[in-house]
Structure formats: C-alpha cells, structure tokens
Design a binder for this molecule. Structure first.
Ligand code: IMP
Length: 429
C-alpha cells in the first residue's frame, strides 16, 4: 500500500473532493499539503451539505486521520470554526483526528490586510485573490519571518518573532497604506488564545505519514487549487503562492516521492476559473451562462461567479505531463447535457500561427486563440449512467476522445452531484 495524490489539472474547483471521497473508504490518512483556506470543498454529513476550506474532506469519514501538512498555511480562526462546525454536526473525535504540522505557517491578520490592500492598489492588474492572506503568509515563510504553529507554544520566541515581523509590516501599513500599526501585545494574546485548540493537534505529520506508509497503510494526499495556479508552473502572476502540483505534495506533506504510486489528475468536462488571468477558451455568451447555471459555478470560498469555457486540451495535456498522472478523472460530464454542440480546444493559434503544445511564455498565452474540434452534444439526462456503456454514443465519443488525447486511463466520470452518480473504473487498481 502506498500513496495516492489527487490534484487538479486546471484552475481549481475540478471536484477533487468528489474523487477523494470515492477513495476515502480505502484509506486511514488523508493529507492536505498546500494552500490554506483559499480552497473549498463541499462535503455531506448525512443529509446536510457544508463547506470546508482548511480541514481535509476525509474528516467526515469515521476513523480517518486528517493531516494539515507543513506546506499548508493555517488561519487558526478558520481551523477553530471548522472544528466547532464539524462537532456541532455530530462528526466524532474531530480534535483527535486532525493533526496539524508544527512546521506549518500561520496566516496572521496583517497578511489578510496586506492581501486586500495590494489587490486594491493593483486595480485592473489585480490577481483576483481570495483575500485570505495566502500570498503574504507564504512570502513571510520564504523570507524566514513567518510565525509557525509550534511558535504558539513558546511565548518568548513568539514575542520576538512578532516584534521583528511588525518592524517592517507596520512601516508598510503606515507609509504605504495609511493604516494604523499593529501591536505586539494584541497579536500575542490572539495567538496564545489558540493554544488550547492546537495543543492536541500539533504533530510531526510527515513522520506520522511515513510511519503509516511503512506499516503498509494507504495515504491520500488531497490537492487544493490546481496545476495552472501553481506558483512555478501556472499562469504567473495570476497564480496562488504555493505548489499544488505533485512536487508540492512531496515537500508539503513530508513523504518521499517513491511512496507515490497513483497520481489522479482531475478535470471538468469544461473549464472554469475564478480570479483574473488568461483563459483561452473562455465563453462570454449564452452557452457560457447555460454551463455556469447547470454546473452551479459559483465559488465555494468567495461566492464569485466562475468564468466558464470549453475544455482546453493543450492545458490539460501540459498539466498531465507535468504531474505524471497515472489516471484521469472527468467530472461534471452531465453539465454538458445542456449544450447542442460540444467544443473541445485541441490546439492554439498564437498571433495567427498554429502553436504547438502549451506556451511557456505568458505573452503567447495571452495571445492564444483556441482551435476547436466540434462534436455533437447528447442533449439528454445522463445522471443514471453507471457504466461507460450506459452513456449515449456522443457522450461516450467525447469521453473516449479526451482519454485518448491525454493518454492515461480514466478512473472516474462524474455524471451528477450525488455520491453514486458516477462511473467508476480502475480506481484503486
Ligand atoms: P490566492 O490563493 O487567494 O492568493 O489567489 C490567487 C489566485 O488563485 C486567484 O485567481 C484565486 O481565485 C485562485 N484560487 C485560489 N484558491 C482557489 C481555489 O481553491 N479554487 C479556484 N481558484 C483558487
């Protein structure tokens, strides 16, 4: 038994939680390795649906241990809210089953304030961040001025670190943004107030996972955000500040790469994006509106309407190759039942010339015009399909075209929002 990574191939919200949910019956450990509460998973507990932003969605499965790895940035207030909400809904042993790595960095109130001030200052050039302080928290981590979960248990170090951090931060708040400075004492007592919450959860989560893997248990690494939002490989600067790609899974969870034997890349049957930045297949017409409505494409974290477009194969193939995916999961196929003709982008033209592959140069991506293959739609309800053979012929052709282009086997096709509304193939193989 080894590790499975589930990660998004485009700009997030692909339905990774859905795939993790399918796999969770087979695992005892589910781990988040990057990002923070900029993510959003909709999970169901009994008949209730609710949203998690930080805690891995595996928590709703009895007995599953959920780790928040060293690569995650943790807003302690959000952690507390999610723990309390889970307990209120009757989810058992939440405080014992969530393990937070002592090396993970904390999102501080000044990170959130900086995120918003910067976005406002950028105006038209804004990133469209979730305003959760993610970027500034990772900046401090790399600058070696961040506050870590373990620091909450050493008041002396905490005070010294806050003092050092505020020296620069306050200068920026006062001089650049005309804001009042933060005070060490206020932040110190805010942080100390989370000691009780964090105490039973703080762990060396990498060691925990390595031990579990050594015992032969399967670990599920649950990606947040997605490949095209990766700080190194995505559509920079319109990206997040972490590495949601498979390399980030190794660094951010503290397990050796050799343990990973399955990498499941998740894509919708179309494309969505929240926030700004290039999106070559974006639709601005009534077809886009129909897909947005049918797919309920509104952000889990911010409620923003998502930008919608056709499936972008050059981008998906780039992401598949970058992550070395072993399986593909295709979600929300049922949403395309609302369109008469389905389009798939099979290549780009840049400045009027055919472009081979996926552009490395951001200017090329901004100038990329999609080249489409058109396929007949199926125009019927497919939510009852449970095997590939149940799909109407045009839907089957669409699925098989995507699978052969990406070049790895499909392990799951979702055909509706309910847990059982899926065609499951080869998962766990
Ligand atoms: P940040 O992660 O809040 O800094 O936002 C940077 C970019 O990533 C913005 O375009 C966000 O909309 C996008 N983003 C961050 N998290 C998610 C997510 O979970 N789903 C989709 N987009 C996201």
């Amino acid at each position: 038994m080894t590790a499975t990574v589930v990660l998004g191939l485009a700009w997030g919200d692909e339905g990774k939680g859905r795939v993790c949910d399918l796999l969770a019956h087979d695992v005892r450990y589910v781990s988040r390795y990057s990002g923070g509460n900029n993510a959003g998973h909709t999970v169901r507990v009994g008949r209730e649906e609710f949203k998690l932003h930080l805690v891995p969605s595996g928590i709703v499965r009895e007995g599953v241990v959920c780790t928040i790895g060293n690569g995650v940035v943790v807003n302690p207030e959000v952690l507390e809210q999610e723990v309390v909400a889970l307990e209120k809904r009757g989810v058992g042993d939440v405080r014992e089953r969530i393990k937070v790595d002592g090396r993970a960095h904390l999102i501080m109130p000044y990170h959130i304030a900086l995120d918003s001030h910067r976005e406002i200052a950028l105006g038209e050039a804004r990133i469209g961040t979730t305003n959760r302080g993610i970027g500034p928290a990772y900046e401090d981590k790399v600058a070696r001025s961040g506050i870590r979960v373990q620091d909450v248990f050493d008041e002396g170090i905490l005070r010294a670190k806050l003092k050092a951090a505020l020296r620069e931060k306050n200068a920026i708040f006062e001089a650049v943004y005309g804001e009042r400075p933060y005070e060490v004492d206020g932040l110190l007592s805010w942080l100390l107030s989370f000691r009780e919450l964090l105490a039973p959860m703080v762990s060396d989560t990498g060691a925990l996972l390595r031990e579990a893997l050594g015992r032969g248990e399967r670990v599920l690494l649950e990606g947040a955000q997605a490949t095209l939002l990766d700080n190194d490989h995505g559509t920079y600067p319109f990206v997040t500040s972490s590495n949601p790609t498979v390399g980030g899974a190794v660094v951010g969870s503290g397990i050796p790469p050799g343990y990973i034997d399955q990498i499941i890349g998740v894509t919708k049957a179309y494309t969505t994006r929240v926030g700004d930045g290039p999106m070559p297949t974006e639709l601005f017409d009534s077809t886009g509106d129909a897909i947005r409505d049918a797919g309920r494409e509104y952000g889990t974290t911010t409620g923003r309407p998502r930008r919608v477009g056709w499936l972008d194969l050059p981008a998906i193939k780039f992401a598949a190759s970058l992550n070395g995916i072993t399986h593909l999961a295709l979600t929300l196929l049922d949403v395309l039942s609302v369109v008469e003709t389905v389009k798939i982008c099979v290549g780009y033209e840049v400045d009027g010339r055919p472009f081979s592959g996926y552009p490395m140069h951001q200017t090329d991506l901004h100038h990329a015009r999609p080249v489409y293959k058109e396929m007949p739609g199926w125009g019927e309800d497919i939510t009852g399909c449970r095997m590939r053979g149940d799909l109407p012929a045009p839907a089957r052709e669409f699925v098989e075209f995507v699978e052969s282009e990406v070049g790895v086997p499909l392990c799951m096709i979702s055909v509706g929002p309910e847990r059982e509304q899926a065609i499951v193939e080869k998962i766990g193989a």
